[in-house]
Design a protein. Structure first.
Length: 487
């Protein structure tokens, strides 16, 4: 079953001829260079593959180990979140790090969990590359309607995914964010093409079970009443799939999951407070951690800091404690946590306001989909941890905004709009793009990680909100027709 939106004028219809003429000249110039830039990315992509293969042999994938052990514990009827309790059952159940994945995500690792870990590592390595290819296919099929827009899509995808340190870091650690990107790209395609059947809701439901914070996507989806039935179906399918995960020790595992996340947050804060009060303490250095004849103490240098509110605030106290002894007395876990909770409430309230405003305005479809994806990304800035490998999911909203010609036309209707647009793009996109082109140079600084993990999603979300509030008033009865591609 599909839902056809009511026809209504798009954003292109409100622009002046002078703006259209200026943009057309700019797009024609850019169009000439896109094929050559896309071709120039091929050697970097091959270098990325070669380097990733070398990492596969040099590093064991410490984060994958925790998920595999968690899946093994589920299969054996053990508590996957009791790290010390699992270790007493032998190396087969020894992870070395805490399990912080949902029971639904652990269940996805069950089919291969009994295989030797190194075999699983190789399989999941190639699955991540397949997920990357599948994500690009969905983006190209749904959002890149012309050859030039396909070139632009490939360039963005190559720079921010294939040739990025984020993707290399993701592969080395054995993370699952490429699966999140694939499911999110499917969700964007479902909204774009109005795939509202029951079966088509299953990947979206899986996304919510794997990453519960992505339920905020449904809040933004309610900005259009035409998608209300789709939201209800997604929730129904999610409940059904959730009940299937209760086969593994019922609701107890799902209750234990947020407790584990909270315990992880408290441990990180206590660790940073200790570092603040003892500024001469040596930095953490990975120690040999041999499990099943594999040293999980070997890890790729992250070249990044914890890009969350909690991480940045506590790190600020650590640096302050190196110069001012009274900083330790000001380090209050209670007040920092309260401030983090207030920020979460502020982000959620802001998302609701923007979504409600979009209901009564003629908002570009690409902007609305980008807003749906960005809301959980910005909300996760209040999570305990956020490192480089999470940046791969930011390629979707970035590409949607770059492909939307109507948004650019709307921004360029006035000089103030043009300046705001250029400032957001320069601040949020250009620095990460420049640094991502150099994925194998071990000179990425903590400030660059903050740009990619913190500044980019915030700038993109701010740009989407600005596009919503500056869009013309409309009926709000349906998702508006998307504007023509930017190239």
């Amino acid at each position: 079953m599909t839902i056809d939106p009511k026809p209504c004028p798009g954003i292109d219809s409100v622009n002046t001829p002078s703006v259209d003429s200026s943009l057309s000249r700019t797009f024609q110039i850019a169009r000439r260079f896109l094929p050559w830039i896309a071709l120039a990315t091929i050697p970097f992509c091959l270098l990325s593959l070669a380097t990733a293969l070398a990492d596969l042999g040099a590093y064991p994938g410490v984060d994958l180990r925790a998920k595999v052990v968690g899946a093994r514990a589920l299969a054996a009827g053990l508590d996957p979140y009791a790290m010390d309790g699992l270790a007493v059952h032998g190396e087969y159940f020894k992870a070395g790090t805490a399990v912080t994945a949902t029971p639904a995500l652990l269940a996805l690792y069950l089919p291969l969990s009994s295989l030797p870990f190194q075999t699983q590592r190789t399989i999941y390595f190639w699955m991540d590359w397949m997920f990357a290819a599948g994500s690009f296919y969905l983006l190209k099929r749904s959002f890149c309607k012309g050859r030039a827009s396909a070139y632009l899509g490939w360039i963005v995808f190559a720079v921010f995914i294939v040739c990025s340190y984020s993707f290399r870091f993701h592969l080395e650690r054995g993370q699952f964010y490429m699966l999140l990107l694939l499911l999110t790209c499917y969700l964007a395609s479902a909204v774009k093409n109005h795939w509202t059947g029951w079966i088509s809701c299953m990947p979206v439901a899986l996304l919510l079970l794997v990453r519960p914070t992505y339920a905020l996507i449904l809040v933004a989806a309610l900005a259009c009443p035409a998608m209300s039935k789709w939201v209800i179906r997604v929730l129904v399918v999610t409940v059904v799939m959730f009940s299937m995960t209760l086969h593994y020790d019922g609701i107890a595992r799902w209750i234990e999951f947020p407790r584990q996340v909270h315990a992880r947050q408290a441990a990180l804060m206590e660790k940073n407070k200790t570092r603040c009060c003892d500024p001469h303490a040596p930095p953490d250095i990975p120690v040999p951690n041999v499990i099943e004849q594999i040293d999980f103490g070997k890890m790729l240098p992250p070249h990044a800091i914890n890009g969350t509110f909690l991480g940045l605030v506590s790190l600020g106290f650590v640096h302050a404690g190196q110069h001012f002894s009274f900083a330790c007395g000001l380090f209050s876990l209670k007040w920092i946590t309260r401030a983090n909770n207030a920020l979460m409430a502020l982000i959620l309230a802001g998302g609701l306001v923007v979504a409600w405003t979009a209901r009564r305005r003629m908002v570009s479809q690409n902007v609305l989909i980008a807003l749906m994806v960005l809301l959980p990304l910005v909300f996760e800035l209040c999570a305990p941890e956020r490192f480089f490998y999470t940046a791969v999911v930011e390629v979707l909203p970035l590409l949607l905004i770059l492909l939307d010609r109507g948004v650019l036309q709307l921004a360029l209707k006035s000089k103030a709009g043009a300046y705001r647009w250029l400032a957001l793009i320069a601040l949020g996109i250009l620095p990460p793009a420049i640094m991502q082109i150099l994925p194998f140079m071990r000179v990425l600084t903590s400030s660059m990680s903050v740009l990619i993990l913190l500044v980019l999603p915030i700038c993109l979300a701010a740009f989407c909100a600005w596009a919503v509030f500056t869009s013309p008033h409309g009926t709000g009865d349906a998702l508006q027709p998307d504007s023509s591609p930017v190239v």
